[in-house]
Design a binder for this molecule. Structure first.
Ligand code: ARG
Length: 412
């Protein structure tokens, strides 16, 4: 058999480091690693060196942050996509992009296979593999965690020591953590018991609401066609804006979520999330839409938000349906331009004001003062017709019920 060439989605953690060596040994393969920078803070230090020490022939570290924000996060924000009405999906939405980067390198380097380090009971394996299937059906996918012999972390560490792979000396956190610019996902350890409150040490990028400042922080966010363009009056590129907002909102304890969610693979799992910028931006965006979207579009879009979230969560990002949704959503975003003022206070984000050149709010129609221009007389005719079906239904049935009742009485 020709020597296989495998591109591995490499995070620099224990699992993916073991994977590199394991694939090399098991398949006598040339292994290439691909690491994506999605704006995660700590993980990338020393990654290349570790990959080489794990046996990689070539190492690629791709800066995907800008693409992530513009082509993945912003479409999801515009769609209002929150899985099960809450989770902004930092992890879920990063997978298709990581898969895309992996496929691009794999093709360029003429790889026969790609591999990932996702477990056999999570959503991420599905997102990765379905994305690869869509982008490069000719590539075979390997998922070592679903088939290898290691049963514990200790066994993996032993394997590393045997092969001279550096194991980070820092004490391993009891949690499984995935982090990027849009948020952090934290699971395992004590969090597996949904009746246990998430301990403070589970959180890494938000201040506890209890310890957050006693005074609210006001933030203004300027949107243009559905995406943020300025923070506190200062124009910023999208990546810097989100990082800055993560800092400000995180310091106010905003963005913590504690969820029991339905995984695609049928399991209910408990996970906590920290997504200060994502939660704040989704909130502000929604408030602006309330001002500028007509009622029918706004109500219709709410249904689509759920479907869009399912697409992201379930891993079918590279689908014709998602593209079609984007076309619809972009049409709805043309007037989502304006400024939203929010108040961040001890874990909460509240509306403090909104304005837009496309606002549909008409004070002359809304007011209860003398300025009122709403035609009260037309309300009466409207109500007569609007209530007609209910009136008819109840009238007809009242007569019918009365007849039935009478007939029954006679029988007795
Ligand atoms: N439940 C989330 C999702 O499926 C996050 C999964 C990864 N979580 C983690 N802590 N590694 O999108």
């Amino acid at each position: 058999m020709k020597k296989p060439k495998i591109a591995v989605a490499y995070s620099g953690g224990l699992d993916t480091s073991v994977i590199v060596k394991w694939l090399q040994e098991k398949y006598n393969a040339d292994v290439i690693t691909v690491t994506g920078n999605l704006g995660q803070k700590k993980e990338l230090v020393g990654v290349a060196e570790k990959a080489y020490k794990s046996g990689a022939k070539k190492v690629f570290i791709q800066n995907l942050e800008k693409e992530f924000v513009n082509d993945y996060i912003f479409p999801a924000l515009k769609a209002g996509a929150l899985y099960e009405h809450s989770y902004p999906m930092a992890t879920s939405i990063g997978r298709p992009l990581l898969a895309k980067a992996l496929v691009e390198v794999a093709k360029r380097e003429k790889c026969t296979h790609v591999a990932h380090g996702c477990t056999g009971k999570g959503n991420d394996q599905v997102r990765f593999e379905v994305s690869v299937m869509a982008l490069a059906p000719e590539l075979k996918v390997l998922a070592p965690l679903r088939e290898w012999e290691f049963k514990s972390r200790e066994e993996e560490i032993e394997y590393c020591q045997k092969h001279g792979i550096p194991v980070s000396a820092t004490k391993k956190s009891p949690y499984s953590i995935d982090e990027n610019i849009w948020g952090t996902s934290i699971e395992c350890g004590i969090l597996e018991d949904p009746m246990e409150v998430a301990p403070e040490d589970a959180y890494t990028r938000t201040t506890s609401p209890q310890d957050a400042p006693d005074k609210p922080t006001i933030v203004t966010l300027q949107f243009k066609a559905g995406v943020p363009v300025a923070l506190n009056g200062k124009k910023m590129d999208p990546v810097s804006l989100i990082h800055k907002l993560n800092e400000i909102a995180g310091a106010n304890g905003v963005g913590r979520l504690d969820l029991v969610e339905n995984r695609l693979v049928g399991i209910k799992s408990r996970e906590v999330y920290e997504a200060p910028a994502a939660v704040t931006l989704h909130f502000a965006h929604r408030e602006l839409e309330r001002l500028v979207l007509d009622k029918e579009t706004m109500h219709y879009k709410a249904k689509l938000s759920n479907d869009y979230a399912d697409i992201i969560y379930n891993g079918t990002w590279f689908s014709p349906l998602r593209k079609a949704f984007d076309a619809f959503i972009d049409e709805t975003q043309k007037n989502v331009t304006g400024i939203v003022k929010v108040r961040l206070y001890k874990g909460n984000v509240e509306i403090a004001g909104r304005t837009s050149p496309y606002s549909l709010y008409d004070m002359k129609l809304a007011t209860y003062t003398i300025e009122d221009t709403f035609d009260h007389t037309s309300a009466q005719g409207f109500i007569n017709i609007y209530g007609l079906p209910l009136k008819t239904y109840n009238q007809v049935n009242k007569e019918r019920f009365a007849k039935v009742k009478k007939a029954l009485k006679r029988k007795r």
